[in-house]
Design a binder for this molecule. Structure first.
Ligand SMILES: [Mg+2]
Length: 382
């Protein structure tokens, strides 16, 4: 079997005026994604998802104009070989760093979809996992900056829907962040897990103020207090309290970024995103490395059902998997355009789809409803 064509399809959804969610990286104005379709000479077709970065047009162009000709004719089941060729000819020799990692992520995911269809196995089985139930937390673009009262009310909605863990957005300012966490702990009681995410918007002085309060509120982790390469601040934050693990990974790319995190010993929860860090092939490598150091993997996931479904398969197949980040965003029709890809039960858990490959029916007609809008999806408005 041979790869005949790789097509990148950027899609967008503009949020209605006044419906933005504010968090540490700005306020959302639109949602973007890139669907990657890989066609083969034997009729099998796979779909993957590449994260758009803040420039969906650029990543789509890299996939369609540079990586498509590079990979034409290769065996789509040879995921290690495809990854290696992109690494040699693009990632390691001509850089583009994150952009190339986003691009290979979507291609690799589509190749795994093909492998599953050819083997007639759902992805979790192909990867050696089982159809088990796995805990989910209420995440995605939700629980943003707002008064404590309405934040508690929003968090209660998710608990009523079955979730036993919720993730709050921090990175506003230390005082308001602390008040919000305290209000949610008080409002939800002791049995709900509270997780927090500063979306890279802290300085170490903020972390020094906030982390003791997070320890007091028994918060499960503090995610991305700083930008991904600010290793010194991560080390300093990890030393503040052993009770608040530092999490990161959605902005770390490939096994080499994660190897550096392992060397530093500051980040003790890994959150690779399969649509960013290099796809399923690279996600498995990162998870295996982390497993040897006792580090759990709680993957970041976003945008469409393709990445969500692939992430649940991945979690069902690694021995150090943690929470699935369920997207509870109020306005993300991209998540639902292929139907429902996950369902949280009263036990707060999800399980993988049970059809060959990633397990979705993709009807491309729906793409016409989400024409691409190039440019960034967040603006800083505060
Ligand atoms: Mg995050």
């Amino acid at each position: 079997m041979k790869i005949t064509r790789i097509t990148a399809i950027p899609l967008s959804y503009r949020l209605p005026e006044g419906k933005t969610v504010k968090m540490g990286i700005g306020a959302t104005t639109k949602r973007d994604t890139i669907i990657v379709r890989v066609d083969t000479d034997e009729g099998a077709t796979g779909y993957g998802e590449a994260h758009p970065g803040r420039s969906p047009g650029a990543v789509a162009s890299l996939i369609g104009k540079t990586l498509d000709p590079l990979l034409a004719g290769m065996d789509p089941c040879n995921v290690v070989g495809v990854w290696g060729r992109v690494n040699r000819m693009q990632l390691s020799s001509h850089g583009l760093g994150a952009g190339a990692a986003l691009a290979i992520s979507g291609i690799d995911m589509a190749l795994w979809d093909i492998r599953g269809k050819v083997a007639n196995m759902p992805l979790y089985r192909l990867l050696g996992g089982s159809r088990k139930r796995m805990p989910a937390y209420a995440g995605g673009i939700s629980l943003g900056f707002q008064p404590p009262e309405s934040l508690v009310e929003e968090a209660r909605e998710y608990v009523a829907a079955g979730y036993r863990a919720v993730k709050l957005r921090l990175g506003d300012n230390a005082r308001d962040d602390i008040l919000r966490v305290q209000a949610v702990r008080e409002g939800l009681g002791p049995d709900v897990e509270i997780l927090t995410d500063a979306n890279t918007n802290y300085r170490i002085s903020d972390a020094r103020r906030v982390i003791p309060a997070l320890a007091e509120a028994r918060v499960g982790w503090l995610e991305e207090p700083f930008s991904s390469l600010d290793f010194g601040s991560y080390r300093a934050a990890a030393a503040i309290s052993p009770l608040v693990p530092i999490a990161a990974g959605e902005n770390h790319y490939t096994r080499w970024d994660f190897a550096r995190l392992l060397e530093d010993k500051a980040v003790t929860i890994f959150q690779p995103d399969l649509s960013k860090t290099g796809g399923i092939t690279e996600g498995l490598r990162i998870a295996a490395m982390a497993s040897a150091f006792g580090i759990p993997v709680h993957p970041h996931s976003s945008a469409t059902g393709i990445n969500h479904a692939a992430t649940i398969h991945f979690l069902a197949s690694i021995d150090n998997g943690g929470y699935y980040e369920a997207c509870v965003s109020k306005l993300n029709p991209l998540r639902d355009m292929f139907g429902r890809t996950f369902q949280v039960g009263t036990d707060g858990c999800v399980e993988p789809l049970d059809r060959p490959g990633i397990g979705l029916d993709i009807d491309e007609k729906i793409f016409a409803e989400f024409p691409a809008i190039d440019g960034p999806g967040y603006v800083v408005t505060f």
